[in-house]
Design a protein around this ligand. Structure first.
Ligand code: FES
Length: 236
């Protein structure tokens, strides 16, 4: 976004460019210098002259947040007693506190190691926070996951420097050792394997992290030893 945003602004302000949002190219005919393009412009269901792109409508969308519709029957979200026990403290701590969504999600994440959907719905009801806003924040930060992840998240850097220093072979070795592919979690819920583009330690390339620990100048031979530290089980 750091590089794209200024270009978008320039395009948006350019006198000879008309932005056609939510449109689709149907056909392109012609040759350089003389093109005829057919577009399908879809309805956006907003008044484009009034829209400032503030995003408030997203947070208050009556379709996503059905439970907030006037006169709509209130949907009761039921939690299992053990879940209730886990989220009770979070609700008590943050009820009525403005702007507390991130710490709320952090606390839930700490309790489950991910953000269960039924808990998010319950929190939305109890703390009166639109569900769409909760999902927007939950999917924005890398630290949150909407599906169960392993106790330790292994992240291999595939940024340019790490890539040329052999990071793809580290991924292959981890996939083989753990028996999972990128984005998957081991059956014992110990490890989730992911990749990232540059963790900012290019001088230590190739780099991988396990939970909060960072490993630099990783070689294929070091990988079994690294994994062993977290399981106590010797791997081949
Ligand atoms: S490219 Fe891997 S740390 Fe920068």
């Amino acid at each position: 976004m750091c590089t794209i945003a200024p270009r978008l602004v320039n395009i948006g302000r350019h006198p000879n460019i008309e932005i056609l949002s939510y449109s689709e190219v149907i056909d392109v005919k012609g040759e350089p210098g003389n093109f005829m393009v057919t577009l399908r412009k879809k309805p956006r269901f907003i008044n484009e002259d009034k829209c400032t792109g503030c995003g408030t409508c997203v947070a208050n969308c009556p379709v996503t947040n059905k439970i907030y519709l006037d006169g709509a029957e209130k949907v009761e979200i039921k939690l299992e007693p053990e879940d209730l026990e886990k989220v009770k403290g979070v609700i008590e701590e943050y009820k009525g506190v403005q702007g507390a969504l991130v710490p709320v999600l952090q606390d839930i994440n700490a309790g489950y190691n991910y953000l269960p959907e039924n808990v998010l719905r319950y929190i939305s009801e109890e703390l009166d926070i639109p569900l769409s806003l909760i999902y927007r924040v939950a999917t924005f930060y890398n630290a949150f996951s909407l599906k169960p992840i392993g106790k330790y998240k292994i992240t291999v850097c595939l940024g340019t420097t790490c890539h040329v220093k052999g990071a793809p072979r580290i991924v292959d070795t981890l996939e083989r050792e753990l028996g999972i592919k990128i984005g998957e979690t081991t059956e014992d819920m110990n490890f989730t394997l992911e990749t990232v583009n540059c963790v900012g330690c290019c001088g230590l390339a190739p780099v991988m992290t396990v939970g909060e620990d960072l490993y630099g100048k990783v070689t294929l031979a070091k990988i079994p030893k690294i994994i062993e530290q977290y399981t106590g089980i010797k791997v081949s």
